[in-house]
Every structure is written in structure tokens, then in C-alpha cells.
Ligand binder design. Structure first.
Ligand SMILES: *[C@@H]1O[C@H](CO)[C@@H](O)[C@H](O)[C@H]1NC(C)=O
Ligand SMILES: *[C@@H]1O[C@H](CO)[C@@H](O)[C@H](O)[C@H]1NC(C)=O
Ligand SMILES: *[C@@H]1O[C@H](CO)[C@@H](O)[C@H](O)[C@H]1NC(C)=O
Ligand SMILES: *[C@@H]1O[C@H](CO)[C@@H](O)[C@H](O)[C@H]1NC(C)=O
Length: 409
């Protein structure tokens, strides 16, 4: 098969055109080994943190590259927190590049591309502030010994987070010898997405055309359902308390999802919001209604979400399940397990000592899955931080996409 995906977005409003780049010449293949190693560095600048992925690929001629391993590191907070101090933001990138220098052998630095893609956090900043941050990052890249392609630093349009589907299916496919694909559910701080391969034509026909994307992967064209929306976990908390877009000066936002003693600050997209609980904290049911208001009318329900298809859920789906003890080291749960946990969480104070937002988050996740996407109680979700030791994020898919467009391989 051909593990290098081709990304086509026929109806995306702002199609991502990966850069066409003058390539650093690949080193001549040794006539003896016919194999070589190369690296790619991908920064994921999210709303809650910046993550570096350093991938090592092995090209065994005439086959296509295989992923040998990944080095991963994250820093908090995200770039958008440095909107008033871009130099400081640049320093977080500098810090992460030090890890890249330790990971990639020195003789490969010059031909190892370094790319940063920013997601929801920067997308929400005023353009001027976002541009200054990106410019700062570009300067840090330029002073590094790595290869800095044109357009190495940019904001990724939401639709391209579908590249996470590429990552997961590359990783599951590669090691399982099956053509079955899995759906994915991603839940970040600022945004969330669902992507899967529909079995029924009706799913495609009944969806808004911008939710359908054609992808070439493993020498097959897949017609995917993919829906991206801004309701990440932190965005949902703020939306539930009525803080998003509100004037924040001195204001404390309250929610029936939070017990009364809670006094917390939430940093989101460069703004700090104060939130607190209310005396008549009412538990799961009322909180669920609050969350319904966040979701109502925003989330499109695909025609088909049958129990038969398997979904991989990662990022905050995994984190909250793990923190609440629903899973220990990943594993498969059903949608109803989130509901059970959310109910239990709202009843027992021990969960609040883990995080004041844990019960609110579990309630939101339950509501998003059931009322939002329309999952059945018995849909199976495979919760994973990693597949075959690789982070399940869009970053690997984006790296493939990048190399494909370089046309090295
Ligand atoms: C890709 O698909 C085409 C058409 O189905 C086929 O002819 C070709 O052999 C395939 N290539 C690989 C590498 O599997
Ligand atoms: C990359 O940028 C350089 C300098 O601005 C320019 O000369 C070159 O044509 C660009 N390459 C592509 C493929 O856009
Ligand atoms: C939020 O950001 C402010 C300054 O930007 C910082 O002092 C504070 O510690 C942050 N709070 C959290 C909860 O991260
Ligand atoms: C799962 O949660 C435990 C306890 O909160 C934590 O120590 C551990 O690092 C978490 N695992 C992952 C993979 O995040």
C-alpha cells in the first residue's frame, strides 16, 4: 500500500495548500544498504500548550518510508498566552528546539524540516497578535540549524485537523493488516472534531457538503465525514458559564456544574476568566441541561453512527477518563460508561479534589457524545493517548502531507 496520504478538500472554505518547497537534496542512496533515515519536526501550537513531535522515518527502497519512532514533548501554556509578549512565546519554541537538537543527529539538522501549525488558540486571537507570534516563531526557526521551508509557520484551518484520522489509521493499519478503518474523536481545549468513514451513502448525501472530504491513503480514496467545531473542553466550560465573548473585567462567572467553594481562573486564548460555583450546586441533571445549551443547534448529527464502527477517542477524552479512573492505561469503554462516571462524579466529593472541573467535563463529554453527535449508549470508544507508541494527534498526518508535497519520495 501507499502510506503517503493525499489530502483533498473539495469544499473546504479555505483549502490548505501545503507549501511547494525547493527541497534539500536527499542524500544519495548507498548502493549497498539502499536505505536511509530521515527526520521531520512538527510543532503543534494548541490553545493549552505547544507540543513538538520529532519523527524518525526509514526509507527502504523501493518501498515507501516507515515510521521508526517518535520523540514527543509538550510545554504549557500555549503560544496564545504570549499574545502581549511574543518574545517570551518564542522562547518556548527555542526550548523545544533544544530537544530536537538532541534527538536528530547533527549531520541531519540541515535537511530536517521544521514546521509549526497553530490551531484553535491562535485562530481566535486578533490577526495582528497572531501574526506577531507567528513571526517570532519564524525568527526562532531561522536562527536554528534546521531546514526552514517557506510557509513553515502558519495557522491550520480547522478542516485539516482531519489529518488526525490519517495518523490513527496509518498506525492501526500498518500493524494490523486490515483494511478496516477506525473513526476518530478529538477533544482539545478550544476545538473538537469527529471524522469517520461512512458505510452508508445516506450519511454522505445528508451531510452538508463541507463535511465530506476525499482522502487518498494506502492507495485508496476514502470519502470521509468530518466535522470540526469550536466546542473544545475549555471553550465549553466558558460557554456554559456565559463567559465566551463577554466582558471579563472583574466579573466572576458562575455555573451550577461547579460546587460552591470552587474559585478558579481559566486561561483561554490569552484571556483570564474567573469562574466560581454556586451555593445551590445541583449535580448531574442540571449540569447536563447547562451543557445541552452549549451544544444545541451547533453539532450536526451524522445519519449513521452505528454501534458497529469503532471510534478512537483521544486528547481530553482520554485525559478525563484516565483522571476519573474510568480507564487506567487506555482501553475500550462504551459511551454509557462516561455517563455513569459523570453521574457518580457529581455525587461524590472525592472527584472534586482531582480537579474542580472534572465532573463538569465528564458531563460535557457525555452530552457532546449523546446529544451532540448522536452516539448510542453502546458505541465502543477506544481511548488511547498513543497507538504503537506514537501520539494520536494530527501531527503525524500533517508530516506525511508535508513530505508528500515535497515530492522527495
Ligand atoms: C494502487 O492502485 C492501483 C489501481 O487500483 C493499482 O494498479 C496499483 O498497483 C496500486 N499500487 C500499489 C502500490 O498498491
Ligand atoms: C520560497 O521562498 C523564496 C524566497 O522568498 C522564493 O524565492 C521561492 O520561490 C519560494 N518557493 C516556493 C516554492 O514558493
Ligand atoms: C493564567 O495566566 C496568568 C497570566 O497570564 C497566570 O498568572 C496564571 O497563573 C494562569 N492561570 C492558570 C490557571 O494557568
Ligand atoms: C493517568 O492518570 C494518573 C493519575 O492522575 C497519572 O498519574 C497518569 O500520568 C495519567 N496517565 C496518562 C497517560 O496521562
Amino acid at each position: 500500500f501507499n502510506p503517503v496520504p493525499e489530502v483533498v478538500h473539495p469544499a473546504a472554505p479555505e483549502p490548505y495548500r501545503p507549501p511547494e518547497i525547493p527541497q534539500p537534496a536527499p542524500p544519495a542512496l548507498s548502493p549497498i544498504s539502499m536505505s536511509r533515515v530521515f527526520h521531520g519536526i512538527m510543532f503543534d501550537a494548541g490553545s493549552t500548550g505547544t507540543r513538538i513531535h520529532i519523527y524518525k522515518f526509514i526509507q527502504k527502497d523501493p518501498e515507501l518510508p516507515v515510521l521508526d519512532n517518535e520523540m514527543f514533548h509538550a510545554v504549557k501554556p500555549g503560544l496564545s498566552s504570549y499574545k502581549d509578549n511574543p518574545e517570551e512565546g518564542g522562547n518556548t519554541i527555542r526550548q523545544l528546539l533544544k530537544i530536537a537538537k538532541k534527538t536528530v543527529p547533527e549531520e541531519d539538522w540541515r535537511r530536517t524540516p521544521v514546521v509549526l501549525r497553530a490551531t484553535a488558540g491562535l485562530r481566535l486571537l486578533p490577526q495582528e497578535q497572531a501574526s506577531r507570534l507567528l513571526k517570532e516563531v519564524k525568527e526562532v526557526f531561522d536562527e536554528s540549524p534546521f531546514f526552514v521551508p517557506n510557509n513553515s509557520v502558519s495557522i491550520m484551518p480547522g478542516t485539516n485537523e482531519v489529518l488526525a484520522w490519517v495518523t490513527v489509521n496509518f498506525l492501526t493499519h500498518l500493524y494490523s493488516n486490515t483494511r478496516r478503518t477506525v473513526g476518530i474523536l478529538d477533544l482539545g481545549g478550544g476545538s473538537t472534531q469527529i471524522t469517520f468513514l461512512p458505510k452508508s451513502k445516506k450519511t454522505i448525501q445528508s451531510a452538508p457538503s463541507s463535511y465530506i472530504a476525499n482522502f487518498n491513503l494506502f492507495n485508496h480514496t476514502y470519502q470521509l465525514y468530518t466535522h470540526y467545531l469550536g466546542n473544545g473542553l475549555v471553550a465549553a466550560r466558558l460557554s456554559a458559564v456565559g463567559a465566551l465573548g463577554a466582558d471579563v473585567d472583574w466579573k466572576v462567572f458562575t455555573s451550577p456544574c461547579l460546587p460552591k467553594r470552587v474559585r478558579e481562573e481559566l486561561n483561554f486564548s490569552g484571556t483570564t476568566y474567573k469562574v466560581s460555583g454556586i451555593p445551590d450546586y445541583a449535580g448531574y441533571k442540571l449540569c447536563y441541561y447547562e451543557m445541552m445549551r452549549v451544544i444545541k443547534g451547533i453539532v450536526h448529527q451524522p445519519y449513521e453512527l452505528k454501534g458497529s464502527s469503532l471510534f478512537y477517542a483521544f486528547s481530553h477524552y482520554f485525559d478525563r477518563a484516565n483522571e476519573s479512573g474510568l480507564i487506567s492505561r487506555g482501553g475500550t469503554v462504551e459511551v454509557r460508561d462516561f455517563k455513569k462516571k459523570a453521574k457518580e462524579c457529581n455525587k461524590m466529593s472525592k472527584y472534586r479534589t482531582i480537579s474542580p472541573f472534572l465532573c463538569m467535563d465528564l458531563t460535557y463529554i457525555t452530552c457532546l457524545l449523546k446529544e451532540g453527535f448522536g452516539f448510542k449508549d453502546n458505541t465502543k470508544l477506544h481511548l488511547a493517548k498513543k497507538v504503537n507508541n506514537v501520539e494520536t494527534s494530527w501531527a503525524l498526518g500533517a508530516t506525511f502531507d508535508y513530505f508528500r508535497n515535497l515530492n522527495i519520495h
